[in-house]
Every structure is written in C-alpha cells, then in structure tokens.
Design a protein around this ligand. Structure first.
Ligand code: GLU
Length: 511
C-alpha cells in the first residue's frame, strides 16, 4: 500500500513570515491536498536564544488569513503531538547518544575561547576560515582526541559539552531533489555540525531529521537556503533510520529582488517601500512595525495566487488561479529551479483582478472596516454595496475603496477650483441652476435619464455638454476623478446631488 502523503512546514518562529516562507507553506499545502495527504505545522523552536514573543501566534494568524490550515499543529494537536520541538526535548538525546555509540558523533568540550583560538591559529592560505571539521577536530578537546578515559573524566566532572556529527572526509553524497534532480555534495566541505547543545536542546539538524522520521513525513519541501545543510541531514538519515526511509526532497527557488540581484530581503522592503511579510510584524523589542501585504490592502486570494505563480506555472498562459484550482493544477515538478524575481506592480495587478472577482459580500466587510478606521460611519449596507460595484474596477488595493469612494459618504469641502474658475461664466451658472431644478421632474432617477436631461438642457441653452461635465464632476466629487459622473449622481440621489450643485453655485458669485 502506498504510504499516506505527509508534508510539513517547519518554521523557526523568529519574526514576520517572509513571502518566501508563505510560498513554502502554500506549495506544501497544495501537494498534501492534491494527494489526499496531511499538512503538518511543526514549530522548530529549539534555539532558545532566538525566542521572539508573538512570532508563533503570528504564524497561526498568517496561515489562517491565507486559508492554509494545517491538519496537525501545536494548536490543533494530532497523533504525533507535541508539535513544538521545545516540548520534545527529551526525545532527541537518545538519538544523539546512539550516534556516539555507533561512532558517527562525538562529545566536544571546547570552550568558546578555545573555538576562537582554533579559528585564528589554524588559519592558513589554503584554509582561510577554518571550521570544526576533519582538518581541525583532532586538535580540539573532544572524545576523539582525548580518548574514552579522558572523556569519562570530563563527563563525570560535569564539564559542559556539545555533541557533534563526525562528517566523513571526502565522500560524495547525493540526494534526488524533485525539482533539481540529482544534487551532489562533498562531505569535506561541511563542518562537524553541533547536534545537541550544552543546554541539552537539539540543534535544528538533529531535530528536523528525528521529527521528520517520527512524524512519518514522506516529503520534505523547503527553501533553497537549506540545501547546504542537506548533506548533514542525509547522513543523519543514513546513520539513524536508513537512507531508504528518507522523505523525498524538494528545495524551492529563492524569491529575488525586483532587479534579480540577490535574495529579496527586509531591507528591500524599506528601500523600495514594498511589503515582503504576509502581515504586519511588530518587533517586540524595538517596537518597530513592518507592514505586510494584508495591511497594504491585499486580498488573501490574490496574495496566495501571486505566490503560487512566483516560481511555478502550469505550462499555459494562465495566471489567475483560485486555491481550489491550484489544488488541481499545481505540480512540484513544474516548480522552477531558478530564483523568481518579485514584481510589486504585478502583485498589485493580481489584487486588482481578485477585487473584480470576489463577491461583493466579501468586499463589503473589508471595505466597511477601512471606512471605520477612517472614522466614517456607513449606515446603509445596500448603498455601500452599490458604491463598491461602481468603483471596484478602479481599485488595485483595498484602501483605494476609501480614496476612490469617500465622496459618496461625505460631501466635498474643497473643490478643484483651478479647473473651474478660468472657464466659468454666467451661462454655466444658469445651466446648473436649471439642471438642478429639473431634478424634480425626473421620476426615474438613474444615470441614463440624468444624462439625457443634462444634454437636452445644454443643447437648448447652446452650451456644449462636454464643457459642463467636468464642472458637474467637481461639484459632486470635489476633484477630477471617479467613475462616470451620471453614475455618481444617480447613486448620490436627488437631494444630495442638488445640494452639492447648489453648494458650489453659491460660491461662483464671487468669481
Ligand atoms: N526550521 C527551519 C526553518 O526555519 C526549517 C527548514 C526545513 O524545513 O527543514 O525554516
């Protein structure tokens, strides 16, 4: 029987989730769902010096916003709980000790000063930055260099130690990556990574392998930045559980700066004023907040869609996908090897497409909140829905529903007079007086009728309607923007439109 597909997203909760991280979640999730498998969220928090308050909660909220709910997680529990590595501390030691017994790992007692000395005293021209590895390990204070008796003595004296993997010298290892194919590594290039720290906590390398085994992970997908650690993981699999039991691997390409020049970073976000986090992240120490896609006004559907195609396509020209459609069409093998350049303008295009696509119901909740944040009360739901329908095509980001639509909720207090005054004359004043007076006789108040009456009156008074439309717009909106002007008047209603026209006419006497 085929094994049930089980994948995991295994973040270290140290801050906001970069869009590359969310894409890793998404690809894992899609793969699991299309194979009727399980998607597990495991919190890799064994580095306690990097503990950041709120970072774990942030991950839950982001996954929730994107609609990528895990089947098993610290919050949800599951058959392999606990899913937070700090709560699994006692599990790992036994594996580290087995490695020592089998000769694949060793105790290392070096102090930080001794490590520093190694880095300087072993520096040579051919080895400018010496590491703790096959070249240096016999000069250090560890169970290989001091023998079993010396080791026993130090252990009995409770000398602090770490457990390191003994990387073989000059061996070529490989893994078959579902995206990259066969990837080879020379073990001599990798240092003797610490597996268990002095505080008894495992490092990421040991914990990731032990947990992928214990949690029966069948496919391990992660960002390309983890590829250099892969040889350590392959060896740990070989030594502990058998290489044949290793999950299938895939390393996703990096997300690059807009100009393609290196990995997209937090600094680019500041430099270019573009979001890189899914949601806003506030650093608990500095208090500094970095805004995210959600706060910029992205719909989660658009964010997820944009991420899906950042490094993947289905071989057609299609760009717009719903999550349901992605579950069907996504394939790991079609994920690109090369890094994907992030283009914020394109991201906004995706959002505009989704603003056009989602239901008015969904938009109305989000737009109402934006107005509330601006202290604008929206009493009438059906009026709000009409405004949304009228302006949605013009909005790339949700806050634009406010900037493009606020005049529907409050009359302009300032007008673009520069565009009006120079061409104003008494004929125009009398036109607008008669137009607003004619409103009383328009029984079916809609854009078409409003335009008809407007044109008839203009013609009968010998003025080109084209010269009157801009003034009407400025009367209703305050500026030269917005959807078709008769649509605006139609939505504002008879009384309000009349009020706005007269409001400006009152001022023209002084011009
Ligand atoms: N804990 C690692 C991280 O922070 C996980 C890497 C992996 O998935 O193996 O991304």
């Amino acid at each position: 029987m085929e094994k049930k597909v089980r994948v995991r997203f295994a973040p270290s909760p140290t801050g906001g989730l970069h869009l590359g991280g969310v894409r890793t979640v998404l690809y894992n999730y899609l793969f699991a769902k299309q194979h009727q498998g399980d998607f597990i969220l495991r919190i890799e928090d064994t580095d306690q010096s990097r503990f950041v308050a709120g970072a774990e909660e942030y991950i839950y909220e982001t996954l929730n916003w994107c609609g990528l709910e895990p089947d098993e997680s610290p919050l949800k529990g599951g058959p392999f709980a606990p899913y937070r590595q700090s709560e699994r501390k006692k599990i790992y030691r036994e594996y580290a000790e087995t490695l020592i017994t089998d000769g694949y790992a060793y105790y290392a007692f070096d102090t930080s000063e001794e490590l520093e000395v190694m880095r300087t005293s072993h520096r040579t021209e051919t080895n400018p930055s010496p590491q703790y590895d096959h070249q240096t390990r016999m000069y250090m204070r560890n169970s290989l260099s001091i023998g079993s008796e010396g080791t026993e003595k130090l252990l009995t004296a409770k000398t602090p130690y770490v457990i390191r993997i003994k990387m073989p010298e000059n061996e070529v290892l490989h893994l078959n990556d579902m995206i990259r194919g066969r990837v080879e590594f020379n073990t001599s290039l990798v240092d003797d990574k610490v597996l268990l720290k002095a505080d008894g906590m495992p490092t990421y390398h040991l914990a990731v392998v032990v947990d992928d085994f214990l949690m029966q992970i069948t496919h391990a997908f992660r960002g390309e930045e983890w590829l250099p650690s892969a040889p350590v993981h392959v060896l740990l699999w070989r030594y502990l559980f058998g290489e044949e039991n290793m999950p299938a691997w895939a390393h996703f390409p990096l997300i690059l700066k807009p100009d393609g020049n290196g990995k997209l970073s937090k600094r680019d976000s500041e430099r270019l004023g573009i979001p890189i986090f899914a949601m806003a992240w506030t650093d608990p120490v500095s208090g500094e907040t970095i805004s995210g896609f959600r706060e910029k006004g992205f719909l989660s559907e658009a964010f997820v869609n944009m991420l899906a195609v950042l490094g993947w396509n289905d071989g057609t020209e299609q760009e717009i996908y719903s999550l349901e459609e992605l579950k069907e069409k996504f394939s790991i093998e079609r994920v690109h090897k090369a890094g994907a350049k992030f283009n914020y303008e394109k991201a906004k295009w995706f959002n505009q497409e989704w603003i056009r696509k989602v239901s008015v119901d969904e938009l109305s909740g989000l737009v109402r909140k934006i107005y509330n944040d601006q202290q604008v009360r929206i009493p009438d739901e059906s009026y709000l829905r009409s405004v949304i329908m009228l302006i949605r095509d013009r909005c790339h980001l949700l806050p634009e529903f406010y900037t493009q639509g606020r005049f529907f909720f409050s009359a302009p207090k300032q007008w673009d007079l520069g565009a009006l005054k120079p061409k104003w004359n008494v004929a125009k004043t009398s036109f607008f007086k008669s137009y607003s007076n004619a409103f009383g006789s328009i029984s079916d108040w809609n854009a078409l009728n409003l335009e008809m009456v407007f044109k008839e009156l203009a013609n009968s008074q010998g003025i080109k309607p084209g010269e009157l439309q801009l003034p009407l717009r400025i009367m209703l909106v305050g500026e030269k923007m917005g959807p078709p002007v008769f649509e605006i008047a139609s939505l504002l209603g008879k009384e309000e439109s009349k009020k706005r026209i007269n409001n400006l006419l009152d001022q023209t006497g002084d011009w």
